[in-house]
Design a protein around this ligand. Structure first.
Ligand code: GLU
Length: 498
């Protein structure tokens, strides 16, 4: 059998380290088995997908040195590789399931669904939908259609027995069907859900092995049954250990930098970064921790994939990075690599308008712009005391700013300026006297510097977010309970503002 593997990222946010992690193991598996590695863009969530996020997936993977054989940008025999260009295919395949009686039209309204969920949660049931439209007569369906009622298409999951499949990493997996919902396949707007599109594409693109993170395991029974319903041979599933934060919980951008660009912009080497990511899912013989990718490809053995979560510890990454820096970059090449990172015309030119009228000597340029190049800023209590507000209030303000920028999906200078103004008035603190010193301290590690908002834009969203989070941490953090009440306050802020 030809080995064909794929990653299928959704372009709904910044390029996640998990995407690089999955891409690496798919690439390794493809190369180890002389197969093909495919990149498919799963942009069926029209409200959250953005072309710029798709572009960033390519850029981030390219920075990691990960290359694919087929994809939207490269073409290939089984294209198009962008799901938004395949809508009709999914509709056609969904119709096949309806014709076979393996799927059905469900007319439940939003209110009905809400009520069903409430009942299910009271009864402690795992699934929320009570299958009330599963056995409608043809007449009733036609009447509803004639009335113009909107509907979704759901999969008829078996009512008894269990789903069983062989996971190449985790072994035999069984799940009672009673715990699996009649999954929506086609939404009322005619767009497929992830489940339908993913399975149809994996089949049509002749994917032999689905290598993806553990977090998708809860979807796999639905996928397994879709293959049965279509009468297709399922691929081999391999679920990789989840990336965990140092707190042992799923790596999340709420707490850790998760964008690949953060690591690029902070000056990590791509060689070290990918070596580090492979360590997350794999252990080499004799506990070897430092190796080129080629060695792993050559010796790859599925049995050495880990079964439980792996801790993404930045200190370990730093240690590895230094090793690579010393051993893999000869001294005469170091300057080239530094230039590639930030000491290049493109980056430096961005700083010139900020520095031009603010330095007496060239030496002062470094003093002024140090924070563009430093990873660990010199935070101190004294530094933050300049804002003259309680540390807790500063944490709240920063958290609100993060949420505000996330909502706007814009971390540019104007958006940051406006958001900071909004938050100052929301929290009834003085923008200039109270909030700005906190923000300067957070992003620059000092109270004065080049124009703040332009600097933040150049620093880039990922480093800004990371510094904001570091500041919150430094100032004492936000407990889960506080976070909960802050979120409530945030969600009801329109009411507060009125
Ligand atoms: N679109 C899913 C994602 O965002 C794909 C998961 C899978 O590999 O099936 O990762």
């Amino acid at each position: 059998m030809d080995v064909r593997v794929r990653i299928a990222p959704s372009p709904t946010g910044d390029p996640h380290v998990g995407t690089a992690y999955m891409a690496l193991f798919n690439l390794i598996y493809a190369r180890a088995n002389k197969g093909k590695f495919i990149l498919r863009i799963e942009d069926t969530d029209q409200s959250r997908s953005r072309p710029e996020y798709e572009d960033n997936i390519y850029k981030a993977l390219e920075w990691c040195g990960i290359d694919w054989d087929e994809g939207p940008d490269k073409g290939g025999e089984y294209g198009p590789y962008r799901q938004s260009e395949r809508t009709e295919i999914y509709q056609e395949y969904c119709q096949k399931l309806l014709d076979k009686g393996m799927a059905y039209k469900c007319f439940a309204t939003a209110e009905e669904l809400k009520e069903m969920r409430e009942v299910a949660s009271k009864l402690g049931k795992k699934q929320g939908y009570d299958r009330r439209y599963r056995n409608l007569s043809d007449e009733e369906i036609n009447e509803r259609l004639a009335r113009g009622e909107s509907y979704v298409v759901r999969l008829k999951i078996p009512l008894t027995g269990e789903c069983a499949y062989e996971d190449a990493v985790k072994g035999r997996i069984t799940v009672p069907w009673a715990d699996v919902d009649d999954q929506v396949l086609l939404k009322s707007d005619g767009f497929p859900t992830y489940h339908l599109a993913n399975v149809v594409d994996d089949h049509l693109m002749k994917i032999s092995h689905v290598i993806r993170g553990d977090e998708w395991m809860s979807s796999t029974p639905k996928h397994v049954y879709l293959y049965v319903a279509f009468g297709w041979q399922p691929p081999t599933f391999m679920h990789m250990p989840l990336l965990l934060g140092v707190d042992g919980k799923k790596l999340s951008k709420r707490k850790n930098p998760t964008s690949i660009f953060f690591y690029r912009d902070s000056g990590f080497l791509k060689e070290a970064f990918i070596n580090f990511l492979t360590l997350m899912g794999y252990s080499m013989p004799e506990d070897r921790e430092i190796y080129p990718l080629e060695d792993l490809i050559e010796q790859f053995d599925v049995k050495r994939i880990g079964v439980s979560g792996a801790v993404f510890d930045v200190r370990k990454l730093e240690w590895l990075n230094q090793h690579y820096l010393i051993n893999n970059i000869p001294q005469e090449k170091l300057w080239d690599r530094l230039q590639e990172w930030s000491f290049n015309d493109q980056f430096m030119q961005k700083l010139m308008p900020l520095a031009h009228t603010r330095i007496k000597t060239f030496g002062e340029f470094i003093e002024l712009c140090d924070f563009f190049f430093i990873n660990n800023l010199p935070y101190s209590e004294e530094l933050f005391s300049a804002s003259k507000i309680e540390p807790q209030k500063m944490c709240e303000a920063i958290q609100f700013i993060i949420w505000g920028l996330e909502e706007k999906e814009d971390w540019g200078s104007k958006a940051l300026f406006e958001t900071s103004k909004e938050i100052a008035s929301l929290l009834e603190i003085n923008h200039k006297k109270n909030l700005m010193p906190t923000l300067f301290a957070s992003l620059m590690g000092k109270l004065k510097g080049p124009p703040f908002f332009d600097s933040a834009e150049i620093l880039g969203k990922d480093r800004v977010r990371a510094r904001f989070l570091q500041t919150i941490e430094f100032l004492g953090g936000i407990s889960n309970k506080q976070m909960h009440s802050l979120k409530k306050q945030w969600d009801s802020r329109e009411a507060v503002a009125q």
